[in-house]
Design a binder for this molecule. Structure first.
Ligand code: TEU
Length: 524
């Protein structure tokens, strides 16, 4: 189980209002108790912070907000000591415009680093082509100093590197080796499917926003796959390293495209995100469809992963398409995440039911939020400080946090849920323990027993020696499912504690929003 930490918001050890590496270290025991196997840290490198760290100005230096290289080493050591792996977020597609490479590249058309970025001659106000950034608006920014445009797939402060340039590749691989030798266990590769663009810079088709991103000339270029193969080769030189690629597809949830980055298991990424579950409406049929599609897309030697929340696409807890009954639905999401086939990615705070906060315009840090406010209130909503206890600032910091803590922290916090057997946190702990103790849940097949009809989902997870049956009632009404349970079959877990110890027969009754996990053929 991989736990995604947004370092700015996890725990502030030096009371400057920003979370930091020592802060994460101080919370490792909490993570261990939760059952975390690896932590993925959103970027911790030196950054001017135009995109909260996804704009890196020095890949070899830890941003002083987060600490020093010694703090990093200590964190890695302490994590490894607890058997927790450390995965770093790597932004390879672009750097910050304050990176010395870009400064040099922009200094002169004849600069030795000119070709390290993507420059195109053109007149001011006549963009080289119609490419749009992922954040809206043209990909091209006019640079007065040298009278040319440079390409940026995200903010203009994030110029895209030219991965067709051999020296860029060499330099980036050198940097990755440095971190591998520092003992990191793997990388989450940011927007890795953007990394190579059409060489001729041909326009995207006029209707490109209606097409799948397969047709965009700015993403999923065949050469990206080639680069991924060499990234994998590099990782394979070290024992036990992993990679997960952020494959953001348009429209969201092109599972086949995400899975194409898994190739045949070798030569490819270990894991790739498919964000379909995040965009799915609350009903069993819709969930069945995306799960089935994702599972069927995974190549034979590949392995899926599942994710319900992140720092861009917000938290599941009060996702608008979920409607009412948020508490009940949060338990179902937990159950799905830990019983579906695939490595679970849990976003910090989801385990206690933190919600998307409403961050006032004046306190917003995310440029996207500010730009599109009030239509879109930005990504800050899912990046607010972790809620540790009911003390001021939710125990995150003594100083004023960089983003305001959600108002619900007095009820929604780790301390209050820790000792409560009915809390979401305790439920997550049980689920994760269960997953660890069951080979079928951990690495078994996924067999759908129905297609989500009747707003109830039924599936099995199986290995040669173990069979687990999972039933999930997505509806606010009681339901039943017919399955020939035998006397030996045992209920392992329910979203509703009061079901434990009950005897079930072939007509299995489920309460509103109840999820049940049975172990079949359990020997006495
Ligand atoms: O995200 C890439 C991406 O496509 C998303 O930014 C998405 O378009 C947007 O968030 C929709 O809400 C990655 C990082 O996860 C994100 O935080 C960065 O801003 C982005 O890359 C640029 O590095």
């Amino acid at each position: 189980m991989i736990y995604h930490i947004y370092p700015l918001s996890f725990f502030d050890s030096n009371n400057d209002g920003f979370g930091d590496l020592r802060g994460i270290m101080l919370k490792l025991d909490y993570l261990k108790e939760l059952g975390v196997d690896a932590i993925w840290l959103s970027p911790i490198f030196l950054s001017p912070g135009a995109d909260c760290g996804y704009d890196i100005s020095d890949y070899y230096t830890i941003d002083p907000k987060f600490g020093t290289i010694d703090d990093f080493r200590k964190l890695r050591e302490e994590a490894h000591h607890r058997n927790i792996k450390v995965v770093l977020d790597m932004v390879l597609n672009h750097t910050s415009n304050k990176h010395p490479w870009f400064i040099e590249s922009a200094s002169d058309k004849k600069s030795l680093k000119r070709d390290w970025y993507i420059w195109k001659p053109g007149k001011e106000n006549r963009k080289p082509n119609n490419w749009k950034t992922a954040f809206g608006g043209s990909c091209w920014e006019y640079h007065k100093g040298t009278g040319q445009y440079y390409l940026h797939s995200f903010l203009k402060e994030q110029p895209d590197l030219n991965w067709r340039n051999k020296e860029v590749r060499k330099e980036m691989f050198r940097m990755l080796r440095y971190w591998l030798e520092e003992g990191v266990d793997g990388f989450r590769f940011d927007v890795i499917n953007f990394i190579v663009k059409d060489k001729k810079l041909r326009n995207n088709s006029f209707l490109h926003w209606m097409n799948s991103s397969r047709k965009l000339r700015t993403r999923n270029h065949p050469r990206s796959y080639k680069i991924i193969r060499s990234l994998r080769k590099l990782l394979d030189k070290y024992p036990d390293k992993m990679s997960v690629g952020e494959i953001y597809t348009l429209p969201p949830g092109d599972a086949k495209l995400s899975a194409s980055y898994l190739a045949n298991g070798e030569n490819s990424l270990h894991l790739a995100f498919d964000f379909s579950l995040i965009f799915t409406s609350w009903n069993a049929r819709a969930y069945y469809k995306v799960i089935d599609r994702w599972q069927k897309s995974i190549p034979e030697k590949g392995w899926p992963c599942n994710v319900f929340s992140n720092h861009d696409l917000l938290r599941f807890y009060n996702r608008s398409r979920f409607g009412f009954f948020k508490k009940e639905k949060a338990r179902i999401i937990a159950l799905l995440l830990m019983t579906l086939r695939g490595t679970p990615f849990l976003y910090y705070g989801d385990e206690i039911g933190m919600k998307n906060s409403s961050v006032p315009l004046g306190k917003m840090k995310d440029k996207l939020g500010k730009k599109y406010w009030p239509l879109y209130k930005g990504r800050d909503r899912s990046r607010t400080p972790m809620q540790w206890n009911s003390y001021p600032n939710a125990g995150f910091s003594v100083a004023e946090p960089w983003l305001p803590v959600d108002k619900n922290f007095a009820e929604v916090n780790v301390e209050s849920q820790k000792e409560n057997p009915d809390s979401l946190l305790t439920f997550y702990q049980h689920l994760i323990m269960l997953r660890k103790s069951s080979a079928a849940l951990h690495r078994g097949n996924w067999i759908a027993l129905n297609n989500g009809s009747g707003n109830l989902m039924a599936y099995m997870r199986t290995t040669a020696d173990e069979q687990i049956l999972v039933l999930v009632n997505f509806s606010p009404f009681a339901k039943h499912y017919i399955y020939p349970l035998k006397s030996m079959d045992k209920l392992l877990l329910s979203t509703h504690k009061s079901s434990l110890g009950k005897t079930f027969h072939s007509k299995i009754n489920l309460r509103p929003f109840e999820g049940l996990v049975f172990k079949l053929n359990e020997k006495e």
